[in-house]
Design a protein around this ligand. Structure first.
Ligand code: NAP
Length: 245
C-alpha cells in the first residue's frame, strides 16, 4: 500500500461557495494546503476563517488576475499539484432568447475560465511530475436539457477539454477527470428560476431520493486528487444519485 503524500498544494476556483466550498473542505480534511479563488469576497473571508485556506478574489475569466493569483499561491504555499475548477455561472433561457452577450459571457466564465485556471497552474504540475486536474462540468451536458443551451454548451466544452488534457498530460504523471454533477443543493440551484422551486420534487425523482450535496462532490474530488486514483484519467465521474439532468 502506498502512503498518501501529505500536504500537497491545491487550488479550487469557485471555492467560496457551494460545490467548490465542499471540495475545499474535503481537500483540507485530506491534509492538503488549499487556496480558494472566487468572486465573492465575504464568502472567501468566511472560508479563510473556518478552514484556514489562502483566498484570492479573482474573476476566472480574467487571465491576468488568474495568473497573479497562482503566483501568490506559489509564493505563499509552494508549487501547485492539484487544480479543481468549480467557478461557474448558470444560464436559464430558451435557445431563441439567448443573446450574443449571454452566450459569450457563459462561455467566457465556464469554459475559458476553466482553461485559464488549468493552463496557469499546469506548469507546476508538470515540474513536479505529479498532478491532478479535476473539472466540474454538468450532467446536463451528458444528457441535454431545455432552456440552457449556452450553459450546456459551455459544460460540454469542459468535458471535452478535460478529455483532451488527459491524453496530453497522462505521460507526465498528471490525471485529468471531470465530475458532472446532477442537481446539487447549493446557492446556484436554489436561485435557479427553473429548478429553485422544485428541488423537493427533484429529490423525489432521484433514485437515491435526495438532492446531492457539496460534500458528495467534495468527497469524490478528494478521492480523484489522491494517490489512489492515479490510474483514473480522462473519465466523467458521475456523482448524480443515479439521475441525469
Ligand atoms: P455556487 O454556489 O454559485 O458557487 C459558484 C461560485 O463561483 C460562486 O461563489 C460564484 O460567485 C463563483 N463565480 C462565478 N463566476 C465566477 C468568476 N467569473 N470567477 C470566479 N468565481 C466565480 O454554484 P455551485 O452550484 O456550487 O456550482 C459550482 C459549479 O458546479 C459550477 O460550475 C456549476 O455550473 C456546476 N454545477 C452545479 C450544479 C448544481 O446543481 N448546483 C449542477 C451541475 C454543475 P458568484 O456567486 O458571485 O457568482
Amino acid at each position: 500500500m502506498s502512503q498518501e503524500a501529505p500536504g500537497r498544494v491545491a487550488v479550487v476556483t469557485g471555492g467560496a461557495s457551494g460545490i467548490g466550498l465542499g471540495v475545499v473542505r474535503h481537500l483540507r480534511a485530506a491534509g492538503h494546503q488549499v487556496a480558494a479563488l472566487d468572486l465573492q469576497d465575504d464568502a472567501l473571508a468566511a472560508a479563510a476563517a473556518d478552514l484556514d485556506v489562502l483566498t484570492a478574489q479573482v474573476d476566472v475569466s480574467d487571465r491576468t488576475a488568474v495568473d497573479a493569483a497562482m503566483d501568490r499561491v506559489r509564493s505563499e504555499l509552494g508549487p501547485i499539484s492539484i487544480i479543481v475548477t468549480s467557478a461557474g455561472i448558470d444560464g436559464n433561457k430558451p435557445f431563441a432568447e439567448i443573446s450574443a452577450d449571454d452566450w459569450e459571457r457563459t462561455l467566457r466564465v465556464n469554459l475559458t475560465g476553466t482553461f485559464n485556471a488549468v493552463q496557469s497552474a499546469v506548469p507546476d504540475l508538470v515540474a513536479g511530475g505529479w498532478g491532478r486536474i479535476i473539472t466540474i462540468s454538468s450532467s446536463s451536458a451528458q444528457q441535454g436539457a431545455g432552456n440552457r443551451a449556452h450553459y450546456i454548451a459551455s459544460k460540454g466544452g469542459v468535458i471535452a477539454l478535460t478529455k483532451a488534457l488527459s491524453y496530453e498530460y497522462a505521460p507526465l504523471g498528471i490525471t485529468a477527470n471531470t465530475i458532472p454533477p446532477s442537481i446539487i443543493d447549493t446557492p446556484m440551484s436554489r436561485d435557479s428560476p427553473e429548478m429553485g422551486a422544485h428541488l423537493d420534487a427533484v429529490a423525489g425523482m432521484t433514485p437515491v431520493r435526495r438532492l446531492g450535496t457539496p460534500d458528495d462532490i467534495g468527497a469524490a474530488a478528494a478521492f480523484l486528487a489522491s494517490d489512489a486514483a492515479g490510474f483514473i484519467t480522462g473519465q466523467q465521474i458521475n456523482v448524480n444519485g443515479g439521475w441525469y439532468m
